[in-house]
Design a protein around this ligand. Structure first.
Ligand code: NAD
Length: 283
């Protein structure tokens, strides 16, 4: 079997186009454009690249963006005060603190300081709590992007065996919840799991979000499985690769998300969709 690749770039672009068209309708009716505030603390090079990608995506969608690039020495209380100002600014619809934060800043405190209606990363207690209850809310972008890819491919999760590798608050846990709400039977593999490959091999839908380069090899993949690779790593040659060994997934899976061009473009597309949702709920 040779897997078919899922084109996350195309699906993500479709979502971004829809967002742009909806915003154009609002602005044509005389409303102000949505606005996203991105807060970057410190000078982590990868975070700087991610922030500039977000600014570019916003510009393309018709979303205003304001990037606040704060020095690495910014104190937690200064950052919290900054968020309070943005919470009270009615011209700001979304607030996104770029993670990871420097060590001296407690990310949980920062995320929970954001007005839940502006929490476009969907990570606050409020939005994660509503996810648990399967109520409308801002959903975390990467897990929401994975679900959109499955939907786009016409995969009905109901009754399927889904295995998620990873249990982070950012990806693994919310994705497990979304898959459960889509009526999959969900199993989690994490760093303390024994015989992970045996568990993974039971999956009709296998999602790798462990942050371990090429962790998933042939031994982990059931023939015909849908394999979603969330991981992002640089090879020694400077190319991007994922948590899944691509040749092994191509040989065994029915569908596979490449890295790059799979889940990555969906994350940014869902961020744009969340900005629109945050803006529209205020109208
Ligand atoms: P994380 O480090 O917070 O969590 C990793 C999880 O994987 C943990 O729950 C851990 O228990 C589990 N894990 C670690 N080693 C394991 C192993 N050997 N076997 C089984 N489980 C193991 O990472 P994260 O923020 O969830 O991100 C995971 C990966 O996804 C990273 O590579 C990250 O760069 C990538 N990522 C990609 C996107 C995207 O847009 N494509 C977005 C977010 C994260």
């Amino acid at each position: 079997m040779t897997a078919r690749l899922i084109d996350g770039k195309a699906v993500g672009q479709k979502i971004r186009d829809q967002v742009r068209q909806k915003i154009a309708v609002h602005t044509a009716a005389g409303r102000r454009a949505p606005c996203l505030a991105v807060i970057l603390v410190g000078d982590d090079p990868a975070s700087q690249v991610y922030v500039s990608h977000k600014e570019k995506a916003c510009a393309e969608a018709g979303i205003k963006s304001k990037a606040f690039r704060l020095p690495a020495a910014t104190t937690e209380s200064d950052l919290l005060a900054h968020i309070k100002i943005l919470n009270n600014d009615s011209s700001i619809d979304g607030i996104l603190p770029q993670l990871p934060m420097p060590r001296h800043i407690d990310r949980v405190k920062v995320i929970s300081a954001i007005d839940p209606g502006k929490d476009v990363d969907g990570l606050s207690f409020f939005n994660q709590g509503r996810l648990l209850w399967n109520l409308p809310a801002l959903r975390p972008c990467t897990p929401a992007g994975v679900m959109e890819l499955l939907k786009h491919e016409g995969i009905n999760c109901s009754g399927k065996q889904a295995v998620v590798i990873g249990r982070s608050v950012l990806v693994g846990l919310p994705l497990q919840m979304l898959l459960l709400h889509a009526n999959a039977s969900v199993t989690c593999i994490h760093s303390k799991s024994t015989n992970p490959e045996k568990i993974a091999k039971t999956a009709d839908i296998l999602v790798a979000a462990a942050g371990v380069k090429h962790l998933v090899t042939s031994d982990w993949i059931k023939p015909g499985a849908v394999v979603i690779d969330v991981g992002i790593h640089r090879t020694d040659g400077g190319k991007l690769t994922g948590d899944v060994k691509p040749d092994d997934a191509m040989a065994l899976a029915s569908l596979f998300t490449p890295v790059p061009g799979g889940v990555g473009p969906m994350t940014i597309a869902m961020l744009m969709a969340n900005c629109l949702q945050a803006y529209e709920t205020k109208l």
